[in-house]
Write a protein that binds this ligand. Structure first.
Ligand code: RIB
Ligand code: CA
Length: 315
């Protein structure tokens, strides 16, 4: 299978961190062209700081990181206090700050420039709110036909959400952005709560991760323990695992609509199943509904063990 060339658009966030580490540990299947950050679990700049810290932790300062949008397109998001990700977004463990810097280019411009430079080659992997992707499509509509495909974590097609309006968090933060992306006609694979809720961290799995854990794994485990207390699902790593081994997952084709009514179920995604991938003129999304969660967990365990920590972590 040809190596995927990807841009990971993220809001680290603990499960974003595990997704990034999984991608770093999979160079045979994935080439990360760049990482872009967006407001979500914590503010942007905090998500940018965290992306830099995770890259430094894994000795991947070579991967360029671009800061993106710090608010949703329409409704500003009032950042609340600590979440399952902790006040700093990475479990409040004191993960050292990076010494390398974010790029000068804005994330939206990086996405546009990369797609125009490499038409048909790039997979976009948004694992946070879709604000950057939507802004890129709004600023340069011609990229829609030049994006190879999008694999994203977000939404809940056939199951409950995880916010007060029964929406899934990433879509709830910026439903207008999600509507722009989901109606773009770009080939899309959706990893919503329907499937990511099955990627759970059980005690037995924590025990396995703990065995002979390297310093970088110990940090990842500590992050997940903090996170697992509130939400034991590894939502974002499902997107990266799919690019490594698509056989882990199964899904159905559907048209996905987003509720943008502030008085309604704001951010809720609604799915209408389609036959033979035809959506009668509407964008069709391949909605992942099943995962072999044991094989997924074993993949994550094996790959995280390949990572080599930074010198100070190894000390
Ligand atoms: O609903 C889960 C999603 O929201 C994940 O991407 C998590 O990181 C948060 O952003
Ligand atoms: Ca995320």
């Amino acid at each position: 299978m040809a190596k995927r060339r990807i841009i990971i658009d993220c809001d680290p966030g603990v499960d974003d961190a595990i997704a990034l580490l999984l991608a770093f540990a999979s160079p045979d299947e994935i080439e990360i062209v760049g990482i872009t950050t967006v407001i979500g679990n914590v503010s942007q700049p905090a998500t940018t700081r965290n992306a830099l810290r995770i890259a430094a932790m894994a000795n991947r300062q070579d991967i360029p990181i671009y800061a993106g949008c710090s608010r949703p397109i329409i409704l500003p998001h009032e950042q609340r206090g600590a979440s399952v990700h902790g006040t700093d977004g990475l479990g409040d463990l004191g993960v050292p700050d990076a010494t390398h810097a974010v790029q000068d280019h804005h994330a939206v411009d990086f996405i546009i420039d990369t797609i125009l430079r490499e038409p048909g080659q790039i997979t976009l992997c948004p694992i946070g709110p879709m604000t950057n992707i939507a802004m890129a499509l709004i600023k340069e509509p011609s990229i829609a036909a030049k994006i190879r495909d999008i694999a994203f974590m977000g939404g809940a097609a056939f199951s409950a959400g995880n916010t007060a309006t029964d929406a899934e968090f990433n879509i709830w933060i910026d439903p207008h952005a999600a509507q722009v992306v989901l109606s773009s006609g770009i080939p899309m694979t959706m990893f919503g709560l329907d499937v990511t809720r099955h990627a759970t961290l059980t005690q037995a799995r924590f025990d396995q991760l703990d065995r002979d854990a390297s310093p970088i794994m110990q940090t990842a485990i500590a992050m997940m323990r903090h996170y697992g207390g509130g939400d034991a699902s590894l939502h974002d790593p499902c997107v990266i695992a799919f690019l490594i081994d698509p056989t882990l997952f199964r899904g159905v084709d559907a048209v996905i609509e987003v509720d943008c009514d502030e008085a309604g179920s704001y951010g809720r995604t609604r799915a209408t199943l389609v036959e033979n991938g035809r959506g009668q003129g509407q964008s069709v999304c391949h909605v992942i509904t099943e995962v072999d969660d044991e094989r997924l967990f074993q993949l994550i365990d094996r790959r995280l063990r390949l990572l080599r920590p930074t010198q100070e972590m190894a000390a």
